[in-house]
Design a protein around this ligand. Structure first.
Ligand code: PMP
Length: 401
């Protein structure tokens, strides 16, 4: 039955990490991985997350009974407030249907399942480029038409706003539009408030349906409220939408798989029905979400002092990324690296879309043992004071040759 199976590479990013781990070179650098790293190139367990984990483990009133299919209510309350702000009108008017998911990936999948199978949406617009998993998620859910809207202008190394608006204006009524809430992956380039307002206008005029994928709330500016500006603006405009929320990056809970799907609708009476119908897609998929991470997040966000400590660490992480951006730019400029590099400091979040081409990327991997994705995306978190000179010199040399 299995004679046809072939060895494939399902995801470039996991493959890169494997190659990096097998590489014995002393100067090797991993700029591929999509996770935070400390100055010592180590994963970070946020101290407040660790403290809350201990509390959960030591709480003898807790057990391993199944959660409801829609998840842990304590988690959902604080997670939704973090996303929308506690003064959100839609929340006060009880127009928000939120369910816990297996992190941001399954929030996207549940959104796509519901839109394709239940609401019979066929067309989805992604930014060009987008997270490489979006296409597969929507394909598996049953979407049929995949279109891009312009986002990154390769030559100018910035957002191609005029083309973006033209592309969205051409979308037929009812099309789904995927937007990145903050810290766009892979470009690191976000819309300004003025640009978000223009996008909201087209979405309203054309009656498009937005999904705001929010995998990096707090990672763009260090302030989760500022990073949620766009989604809150859309909500206040009375736009119906879905948002995929993830705690992988901003709490460093990657493998605990904590997230939610938040749907904002016009009629509060439909919220229970909507949640019940979303469960028709959860039940045959993963049945119910895992509890541990949701309990940790509920403790971090549910206590004022804990939350402040989390915000402090979040700022420290984003400050380190900003410092590395500045230093990389300075070093590339000092070395007289051909081309413009100032986009590195205009971009936000973990990633920088460097503009390096596929050949240059291949050479960096092969000759310099610096691992990054084919698209030229680097994870700034992989840089530290010990390897940044080597990385800048290597990029300069490869670009010059
Ligand atoms: N959306 C985007 C844009 C992402 O970059 C990621 C993580 N790479 C996710 C969603 C999903 O991550 P997770 O499933 O860990 O929440």
């Amino acid at each position: 039955a299995f004679a046809d199976v072939k060895l494939v590479i399902p995801a470039e990013i996991f493959h890169l990490t494997k190659l990096y781990q097998e590489d014995k070179h002393e100067k090797k650098v991993n700029l591929g991985v999509g996770a935070y790293r400390t100055e010592d190139n180590k994963p970070l367990v946020l101290p407040i997350v660790k403290k809350c984990e201990f509390e959960v483990v030591n709480d003898l009133t807790l057990n391993h009974e199944y959660l409801p299919m829609s998840g842990n209510p304590d988690f959902i309350k604080v997670a939704t407030e973090l996303l929308l702000g506690s003064d959100c009108k839609a929340l006060q008017e009880k127009r928000v249907a939120a369910v816990q998911t297996v992190s941001g990936t399954s929030a996207c999948r549940l959104a796509a399942d519901f839109l394709a199978k239940r609401l019979k949406r066929r067309a989805v617009f992604f930014p060009d480029p987008t997270w490489e998993n979006h296409g597969e998620i929507f394909k598996h859910a049953g979407f049929k038409q995949f279109k891009n809207y312009a986002y990154w202008h390769k030559k100018r190394r910035q957002i191609d706003m005029s083309k973006l608006l033209v592309d969205l204006a051409s979308a037929t009524e009812g099309s789904v539009v995927l937007l990145h809430g903050s810290a766009h992956n892979p470009t690191g380039m976000d819309l300004t408030k003025k640009q978000w307002k223009q996008v909201a206008e087209v979405i309203k005029c054309n009656n498009l349906f937005p999904i705001i994928d929010t995998a990096y709330q707090g990672f763009a500016t260090g302030d989760p409220d500022r990073d949620a500006w766009a989604i809150r603006y859309f909500a206040n405009q009375g736009i119906e939408l879905m948002a995929a929320q993830s705690f992988s990056k901003n709490m460093g809970l990657y493998n605990e798989r904590v997230g939610s799907l938040v749907t904002i609708i016009k009629d509060p009476k439909l919220v229970p029905a909507l949640i019940s119908e979303q469960m028709l897609y959860v039940r045959p998929n993963y049945s119910n979400p895992p509890a541990f991470g949701s309990r940790v997040v509920a403790k971090v966000l549910g206590d004022k002092k804990n939350k402040e400590e989390w915000l402090k660490t979040l700022r420290e992480m984003t400050d380190r990324v900003k410092t590395m951006r500045k230093e990389l730019l300075q070093k590339l400029q000092k070395l007289n690296t051909p081309g413009r590099w100032d986009h590195i400091v205009k971009q936000r979040g973990m990633f920088s879309f460097t503009g390096l081409n596929e050949q240059q990327v291949a050479r960096l991997i092969k000759e310099k043992h610096i691992y990054l994705t084919r698209t030229g995306r680097i994870n700034i978190c992989g840089l530290n004071t010990k390897n940044i000179d080597y990385v800048a010199e290597s990029i300069c040399q490869i670009v010059k040759e």
